[in-house]
Design a protein around this ligand. Structure first.
Ligand code: ACM
Length: 544
């Protein structure tokens, strides 16, 4: 019986991977050399992980073993003796935190890394080389031998920030969909989930001190947001994440080496909060509603109001307790100053700070929030991130702020870098991957004209022509997904994939190794994983 099984394993593994096979590696590692042979995992694999490596590396190995057992039906067990193991995790402290080496040859699988993240990414690469159901987390119908190509990979990411932003203010997708997105991000080695949790059209996170944010601010009078042909409906629509939900999602993300950055958009895009707490507005006596509309609302926070400052500090305190990541995003985009110009408190404050520029009220407000954070203990320190419009205010006192460049992104990022600020590149064109990806008539109705094709997204070259002396300010790249038009998860995924993978590769792979035709070739087998995971994706632009 044992002999038959071994024979079967040998036959099944013959030439499954030859030199001409396209490996489903997205993002492409920094260096890949393939050999001509293959290695077949035995029915019971033994994983060596140095005990002294620490709990978190052992946890990474244990999670991999558990998932691999569940999905393949083969055994993956810990092994204390190095020479008996066929999957060997070894420390190389000279490597960077996310770097790894992966070697597969006739002796088995050997991984070197310095930190848990490096081991995680090595094992993600290993999963990419296994049948697609493994990455998809789906159990194979029958336990089959798994053959892996002889390969030598030496890898580390280009950027430390490989992000994706989801707007849940306009539409609420819920916990399970967020987890699906975190899974696909991790499959492509992305590591920052920017959670856009508040908008004019909805507030989506429970804040204990301000319960009306969710009892009032999370609900509106139409599911669709009217624009052009799209009309409002009559649904009572909304939803939000409880603090328990948030903790669950943060933990889920961290197991996948993804940090979550919450965004509370202010002082603009703040109308849902004003519906709940009109006293934070410039005209509390007027009615304020959760917005059923699109565009830029003039109903913004009163940045001169002590109540608004107190509110923001309180919200930041609750966010700090919920999100361990070192950054909080406080918005800053698209904030008309019209209401400030007519408000006595704002007029007085502008005089007090000795400025004639209304935008300076916004940066003055942010500075006070930053000072509040600076007074906290070390473990509660958080850096603030703003959209690049905030650069138009007096930023000289904003210290360690980071600017997320979206409009005129390359110029704005350079401006921020020259002024001594870090930046993240999320150019509206082409990294707003909620926009139409083709001019085909059957594409879902959304923003754009069909120009943000997969190829165009892929072609964006981050930090091009940036002087070497400023490159250290360029922290990474991020795809953004706005949901004014996107009501359901199937449409979200269809627009997201595979363009998200193109951005992931820009964040990970050295620019000199990036090539669209090669990316597209590697993406085709990656779609087996999308299919097995039940992800909706757009296959059209993957054909030759
Ligand atoms: C933005 O697109 N308003 C950041």
């Amino acid at each position: 019986m044992r002999k038959t099984l071994l024979l079967l394993l040998a036959i099944c593994s013959l030439n499954l991977f030859g030199k001409t096979d396209v490996l489903p590696l997205v993002p492409l590692p920094a260096s890949v050399e393939t050999g001509s042979g293959s290695y077949t995992l035995p029915p019971a694999s033994r994983i060596y992980c140095p005990r002294f490596a620490g709990d978190s590396i052992n946890q990474v190995a244990a999670r991999f073993a558990h998932e691999a057992e569940r999905t393949t039906g083969l055994c993956f067990r810990p092994e204390k003796k190095l020479r008996k193991a066929n999957i060997r995790l070894l420390l190389d402290t000279a490597l960077g935190a996310e770097a790894y080496r992966l070697q597969i040859d006739h002796k088995g699988i050997e991984i070197h890394a310095a930190r848990p993240a490096g081991f995680f990414y090595a094992l993600q690469t290993l999963k990419q080389l296994m049948p697609a159901n493994v990455m998809a987390g789906v159990t194979a119908e029958t336990a089959r031998p798994i053959s892996l190509p002889h390969i030598s990979i030496s890898d580390s990411p280009r950027f430390g920030w490989r992000g994706f932003m989801l707007d849940e203010g306009r539409h609420f997708f819920g916990k399970e969909e967020v987890k699906r997105i975190l899974d696909v991000m991790a499959a492509h080695k992305m590591n920052r989930f920017h959670w856009h949790l508040t908008e004019d059209q909805g507030w989506r996170i429970e804040i204990k001190k301000y319960p009306r944010l969710t009892s009032v601010g999370a609900w509106r009078k139409s599911r669709t947001l009217p624009w052009g042909e799209v009309k409002a409906d009559t649904l009572h629509y909304g939803g939000y994440y409880s603090q328990d939900d948030v903790r669950e999602i943060v933990a889920y993300a961290r197991e996948r080496f993804i940090e979550i950055m919450p965004e509370i958009d202010m002082p603009g895009h703040f109308q849902a909060a004003l519906a709940a707490y009109p006293e934070l507005s410039c005209d509390p006596e007027q009615p304020h509603h959760v917005w059923v509309g699109q565009g830029v609302s003039a109903d913004v926070m009163n940045v001169a109001s002590p109540a608004a400052l107190r509110f923001t500090k309180d919200v930041v305190d609750e966010l700090t307790a919920l999100f361990p990541f070192g950054y909080i995003h406080l918005g800053g985009d698209e904030c008309p100053t019209y209401k400030w110009e007519r408000n006595a408190e704002c007029q007085a404050l502008l005089g007090e700070i000795g400025s004639e520029k209304w935008r300076d009220l916004q940066t003055h407000f942010y500075k006070q929030v930053q000072d509040h954070i600076a007074a906290k203990p070390q473990a509660e320190q958080r850096r603030l991130i703003f959209w690049n419009e905030a650069l138009h205010g007096n930023t000289s006192a904003l210290g360690n702020a980071t600017f997320m460049a979206w409009i005129g992104a390359d110029g704005a990022a350079l401006d921020a870098a020259r002024r001594g600020f870090d930046n993240i590149l999320s150019p509206q064109i082409p990294y707003y991957i909620n926009r139409r990806q083709s001019k085909d008539a059957d594409e879902p109705a959304t923003q754009g004209y069909g120009d943000e094709t997969l190829e165009r997204v892929y072609a964006y070259a981050p930090a091009k022509n940036v002087p070497d002396s400023l490159l250290h300010r360029y922290k990474g790249v991020q795809a953004n997904f706005w949901t004014e038009w996107v009501v359901d998860a199937a449409t979200l995924e269809y627009l997201l994939l595979p363009r998200l993978a193109a951005v992931a590769e820009a964040g990970w792979t050295p620019q000199a190794r990036r090539d669209f035709a090669d990316f597209r070739r590697r993406m085709r087998p990656v779609t087996n994983y999308y299919k097995q995971a039940g992800l909706n994706f757009c296959p059209k632009q993957l054909a030759e």
